[in-house]
Design a protein around this ligand. Structure first.
Ligand SMILES: *Cc1c(COP(=O)(O)O)cnc(C)c1O
Length: 341
């Protein structure tokens, strides 16, 4: 199988159509067999549930080429389980978890020519998603759904090294108590767009959202969880029912404890204690970890001792260990790597 010839290092993060996508339809209370198809476009009724009432959920993951030339994905069973949780919260049918993993494997295999080579820093981004497709005008869940998986190659997140970013404490809320902050729903992103555009207009890279009930505790950014490193080298991550449970963050906490022998804590993190941390990072599939150099709270700056030039030393170790596991250079815990080819 011949790889596409692309300038892998410079493809960036925008949609590039690949050859095949997986589609399964839910109708009359059951999922059909599903298939790989060629057409990247979707035709639906003007009154489709997704268009009127935003009944849509998604996942995000990556396929990598390892040093020894295998194609792998990272913990797809956790994406399957999280999508099942998202579906239940939005009154959608669950796409069976084993079938989710199979669909991901099939879609990546069918687009093997687009999986970037080892060492390029690029990866194949995988987007499973599901939405209500039949007409819905009275407010209620749709009766028919489509589950899809497409892939698109994406360039290295950091070109020329990971530079720490500056974030601001947002005046907007991301998630309400007992709301939908813990599921991966399109609606959480629609309402975050104004907040991120506002942050960018003010010269910041990202928002730090606080808990909307008390505005005293750190939650997350629009699309990544926080980890902090204390001055005595403990790894701390906020605990909250309104945070999206990042698979990257959960993996980093495991790696910190079991590979690096560090103490880890998942607990309430008050904004007041942020100034006392040594390092800060954002975790998610896209970047794995983005270092944060500075947090600005309405003009008051918190500058982490790790500075604005490079990742802090502990963040760097976590980053290297986790990406080493993903790329096959470091032995992975049982079940973390799903081999595709
Ligand atoms: C997807 C997402 C993350 C990151 O989760 P990963 O599983 O690590 O990719 C974090 N926060 C939000 C709000 C998200 O939607």
């Amino acid at each position: 199988m011949e790889k596409k010839s692309m300038d892998w290092e410079n493809i960036g993060f925008s949609y590039i159509e690949t050859d095949k996508r997986y589609v399964a339809n839910y109708k009359d209370g059951k999922w059909d067999d599903g298939a790989l198809i060629d057409d990247a476009n979707i035709t639906m009724n003007e009154c489709a549930g997704v268009l009127q009432y935003a009944q849509t959920i998604f996942e995000g993951m990556k396929a990598y080429t390892t040093e020894d030339g295998r194609i792998v994905t990272f913990r797809p069973d956790l994406n399957a389980a999280r999508m099942a949780d998202s579906a239940k919260r939005l009154e959608m049918p669950v796409f069976p978890e084993e079938r989710f993993v199979e669909a991901v494997v099939e879609t990546v295999k069918a687009n093997e020519a687009y999986v970037p080579p080892y060492g390029s820093g690029a990866t194949l981004y995988i987007r499973p998603y599901m939405f209500g497709i039949n007409p819905v005008i009275g407010v209620k869940p749709a009766d028919e759904y489509q589950f899809r998986v497409f892939t698109t190659p994406v360039g290295p997140y950091f070109k020329g090294g990971a530079k720490p970013i500056t974030i601001c404490v947002s005046d907007f809320d991301r998630a309400a108590p007992h709301g939908t902050g813990h599921i991966k729903a399109g609606l959480n992103y629609a309402m975050s767009l104004h907040a991120i555009m506002t942050a960018h207009a003010n010269g910041f890279d990202e928002n730090m959202y606080l808990d909307s009930a008390t505005r005293t505790k750190v939650e997350e950014t629009g699309g990544a969880n926080f980890i902090f490193v204390t001055k005595d080298n403990k790894i701390v991550t906020p605990h909250s029912d309104t945070i999206l449970p990042s698979i990257t963050r959960r993996s980093i906490m495991y790696v910190a404890e079991h590979y690096l022998g560090l103490e880890v804590e998942e607990r309430d993190v008050y904004f007041d204690e942020v100034k006392d941390f040594a390092e800060c990072g954002l975790c998610g599939t896209a970047a794995v970890i983005s270092p944060v150099g500075k947090v600005v709270d309405h003009g008051k700056e918190i500058c982490f001792p790790s500075g604005m030039e490079k990742m802090g030393p502990t963040t760097q170790k976590l980053y290297e260990t986790l990406t080493g596991i993903q790329m096959g250079q470091i032995d992975a815990p049982e079940g973390w790597i799903k081999e595709i080819k």
